[in-house]
Design a protein around this ligand. Structure first.
Ligand SMILES: Cc1ncc(COP(=O)(O)O)c(C=O)c1O
Length: 510
């Protein structure tokens, strides 16, 4: 049988007709036309949606939202639907109730509003779909990412021999810090190569010290790394929720006395709840005295690196062995965009792997920069392009002004609450998170947990604003995480009015 005949027979069995091929993105005129028309419709739908709503949420219930999606049958039509149909459906099942992080009254979690240049970058990232694992899948993209890595290294004050990589988020970056810390210790103290042989039996005694208010990803990562969550030893904090260095020294000694082996200290530059920044320089010298790894989780506080007003808050970060920075928090990037940085390129050896099909040793000898050797991912998005567009179009001055505005808003909130008898604020905000609670005179202080839990839920269910809550020493507190430079003092005052309104509503009901 002729080759074409054979192919036709196979194709007949696989696909009856080729009408679906128009959806395969390509450089033919029809495909480019479909792409332009489709994107125009998508952009119009997004624009209309944004115009329609002025609140961060609709307040619709979980059951209402779930039911809309339950009602969709993915295979009711095996041939698929039109874009118009899917967009209409999306409005109902997702857009109408989605949470608007860009709304000035969204002040709950560490979600930032994003910048228009990053959305332009996203179009290039997804339509060209480069993969950053190797040079032969990304070409110039590799050098763009490397330039941003070098830019961040310079801001960190790391030595020239430092290195870094974009990651999916702070959780993954922290995982890399802990992995390097673990393997660095093993390589130095045991006659085994952890990359090849795994971890020694004594690893069950390895301990990582971090403040009691550090991020939960440390525990999660340690269980994934085979050290177990119990390897985390919490260190007490001072009244502003920063690691207490005398307590750290004591805990290290206590752990040694117990026969355990401290292998790393993690300092947090911007704790999730309080935005507090541990005393990094002092922690660095404790790590140095004990000859152990020092990782800084600057997922939140990393944005201060580019602020002339506030970069000193991160003094000491340059003394660390590794750092986590989340660009998708305080660099105003869309999810996902994060970075992991190490002070010495040679640490890459702990994770480096050569695969003949991807990044052979021969390619490395030729000097081809295949980034996969530095990453725990293989296929990886070109997230760096978003930061590239941001720096090229907005610049560091504009970018740092957003965070500076957020910090000013946090200070405004703290001053406002401090001057009221019916609120209690429990810290001096360091960055842009404010933790406080509504404490009206009810004659029953025990009810504060219930009142504040009620307030958070009632505000969410109403949709006009979104705030969050956390527990401090087992008591419920409310939290604002202010990142949006468009949030005004008036917005803040209105959210505080909502808190009082729902607090009083609770008192009337109970
Ligand atoms: C201090 C800190 N570290 C790590 C993380 C985890 O980051 P991601 O959600 O990007 O994985 C967070 C998330 O809020 C955080 O606040």
């Amino acid at each position: 049988m002729e080759a074409q005949e054979k192919l036709d027979t196979i194709m007949h069995e696989v696909i009856i007709d080729n009408t679906h091929h128009k959806h395969v993105f390509s450089n033919n005129i029809e495909s480019i036309g479909i792409y332009k028309k489709s994107m125009k419709k998508a952009i119009k739908a997004i624009g209309n949606h944004l115009k329609e709503r002025n609140t961060p949420f609709t307040g619709n219930s979980i059951s209402t939202i779930k039911k809309k999606i339950d009602n969709i049958h993915l295979e009711e039509n095996k041939k698929g639907k039109s874009l118009d149909y899917v967009l209409d459906e999306l409005k109902d099942i997702y857009l109408d109730d989605c949470i608007h992080f860009h709304n000035p009254k969204y002040i709950a979690h560490l979600n930032c509003p994003i910048l228009t240049p990053t959305l332009v970058a996203e179009a290039f990232i997804s339509s060209l779909n480069s993969s950053m694992d190797t040079y032969d899948q990304s070409t110039g993209g590799t050098f763009i990412e490397l330039k941003l890595v070098d830019w961040t290294i310079d801001k960190l004050g790391y030595p020239e021999n430092a290195d870094g990589i974009f990651t999916s988020g702070g959780t993954q970056s922290n995982m890399m810090g802990l992995l390097l810390a673990r393997d660095h210790y093993i390589k130095k103290h045991y006659a085994i190569d952890p990359k090849m042989d795994g971890i020694p039996a004594e690893a069950s005694k390895f301990r990582i010290l971090c403040s009691e208010v550090s991020h939960f990803s440390l525990k999660k990562n340690l269980s994934l790394l085979g050290l177990g969550q119990n390897a985390v030893v919490p260190v007490a904090v001072d009244p502003d929720f920063k690691m207490n260095v005398s307590a750290l020294k004591k805990v290290i000694q206590q752990q040694k006395d117990l026969g355990n082996i401290p292998i790393a200290i993690v300092g947090t530059a911007g704790t999730t709840d309080f935005g507090s920044i541990d005393p990094l320089a002092e922690i660095a010298s404790v790590a140095n005295e004990n000859d152990i790894w020092f990782h800084v989780d600057a997922a939140y506080g990393g944005g201060l690196l580019i602020s002339n007003l506030y970069k000193e808050k991160l003094d000491g970060i340059e003394l660390s062995d590794s750092v986590t920075i989340d660009y998708h928090k305080t660099f105003y990037q869309p999810v996902s965009s994060s970075g992991f940085f190490m002070r010495d390129k040679s640490f890459v050896d702990y994770i480096k792997y050569h695969s003949d099909y991807l990044n052979s040793k021969e390619q490395e000898d030729e000097g081809i920069p295949n980034m996969v050797k530095k990453s725990i991912q293989t296929t990886r998005r070109f997230d760096a392009l978003k930061l590239w567009f941001t720096l090229r179009m907005i610049g560091t001055e504009g970018l740092s002004s957003y965070m500076e505005k957020a910090i000013a808003n946090a200070q405004f909130t703290a001053d406002l609450l401090r001057n009221r008898d019916d609120f209690e604020i429990i810290h001096k905000p360091e960055i842009s998170a404010v933790v406080f609670r509504y404490t009206p005179f009810t004659g029953n202080e025990n009810s504060y947990c219930e009142i504040n839990s009620y307030i958070r839920k009632a505000i969410f269910n109403e949709g006009k604003a979104i705030i969050t809550s956390t527990k401090v020493y087992n008591e419920v507190f409310l939290k604002f995480t202010l990142l949006n430079p468009l949030t005004t003092p008036k917005d803040i005052e209105e959210v505080i009015d909502l808190i009082v309104y729902h607090g009083n509503e609770y008192s009337l009901k109970n």
